[in-house]
Each structure stands twice: as structure tokens, then as C-alpha cells.
Design a protein around this ligand. Structure first.
Ligand code: PRP
Length: 182
């Protein structure tokens, strides 16, 4: 399994079982916290795909799901927090309890832009969950309702996270060998 990818991996930081146990915990907490309110789970594509897919199946209350896709204007402008919506939500969130799920929060710039836009649409509440939190690189403070793992300031891939659009399909979070980047 993953034989052609295996050689690119330096080490596995968070294993598949550990991820699934954490996602299970998050699903239980969400089911308890949002009981009776049918929240909208909003996934931020593409990275949050695997997380949202697994999380949904661990939530035991009625929910709806929607996705947005955003793109930063590239590394030079990233620090300005300029983000473009490539795909907007399909449904209105007015009066709804909204939970935005991210695979990773790094500087926080992408999410802070997304939250600003969604807040302007009058949701009943707006909360954030992330599987990975790279706090060391945070430029904007973001209040997190659900948080999976702290991540060191290291470039990682897998479980939705990519390098050059690859490695998203790995079921664990790992670091790549430096040769892969050069
Ligand atoms: C990743 C991640 C967040 C963002 C976090 O997405 O899913 O949206 O970066 O970085 P920030 O906190 O520094 O803004 P990316 O732009 O890599 O797109 P992808 O999910 O399609 O891979």
C-alpha cells in the first residue's frame, strides 16, 4: 500500500488511528453541544475533505453540510489575508448555527477572511474547528471551539493536506523528505 509514496515520507507525526480517535471525540462533542439545533458543517476545500467526510459519520444529531473553496492570491499577498472565493456556499446560513471545519490553521489569515464574510450573512452562531493547529505561526488570533492536535512548525502532508496537490490521500499526517521539495 502506498509503495510509490512511501519513499517520500520522512516520518509519520500523527497516525491514522490517532486521527480517527480524535475525529470521533470531536463528533461526540459536536453532537452534544449542538443537540436540537441542526448546525451547518462548512468544510473548506480541498484540505478539509477527509476530515469532514470522517467527522460527519461520527455526528449523531441532524446536520447539514456545505463547502467553500478559497484561494489565496499566492505567497506574496498571503500575509495581507487577501482571499478569493472559488466556490461559495450553496445555501443561506442566515439564522443557522455554523461550524467551519479546517484541516489546518497556520497564520489564521485564510480563516479570518472566511469568518468575516460568513459573519456578514447573519448566522445564529459561528464557530471553528480544526484538526491541526500550527500555533507557532499564528498572525491572527482565532477562537477555536474544537481543536485536534498541536502541530510543530513543520511542513506536513496527508489526510487532506498536500504538497503540489499530492499526498492528500495518505491516511496519516507525515513530513516529507527534503529531497521531495528540491
Ligand atoms: C490550507 C488550509 C487552510 C489554510 C491555512 O489551505 O486548509 O485553509 O491553508 O493557512 P493560513 O492559516 O496560513 O491561512 P490551502 O490554501 O493549502 O488550500 P487546500 O486546502 O486546497 O490545500
Amino acid at each position: 500500500m502506498f509503495t510509490s509514496i512511501q519513499q517520500d515520507i520522512e516520518d509519520v507525526l500523527i497516525g491514522e488511528n490517532e486521527i480517527l480517535a480524535k475525529v470521533n471525540e470531536m463528533g461526540q462533542a459536536i453532537s452534544k453541544d449542538y443537540k436540537g439545533s441542526c448546525p451547518v458543517i462548512v468544510g473548506v476545500l480541498k484540505g478539509s475533505g477527509p476530515l469532514v467526510a470522517d467527522l460527519l459519520r461520527r455526528i449523531t444529531i441532524p446536520v447539514t453540510v456545505d463547502f467553500i473553496s478559497v484561494s489565496s492570491y499566492g505567497p506574496a499577498t498571503r500575509s495581507s489575508g487577501l482571499v478569493r472565493f472559488l466556490k461559495d456556499l450553496d445555501f443561506s446560513i442566515e439564522g443557522r448555527h455554523v461550524l467551519v471545519m479546517e484541516d489546518i490553521i497556520d497564520t489564521g489569515l485564510t480563516l479570518s477572511y472566511i469568518l468575516r464574510v460568513l459573519r456578514g450573512r447573519y448566522p445564529a452562531s459561528l464557530e471553528v474547528g480544526t484538526l491541526l493547529d500550527k500555533q507557532a505561526r499564528r498572525l491572527i488570533d482565532i477562537k477555536l471551539r474544537y481543536r485536534g492536535f498541536d502541530l510543530p512548525d513543520r511542513f506536513v502532508v496527508g489526510y487532506g493536506l498536500d504538497y503540489a496537490q499530492r499526498y492528500r490521500n495518505l491516511p496519516f499526517i507525515c513530513a516529507l523528505r527534503p529531497e521531495v521539495y528540491s
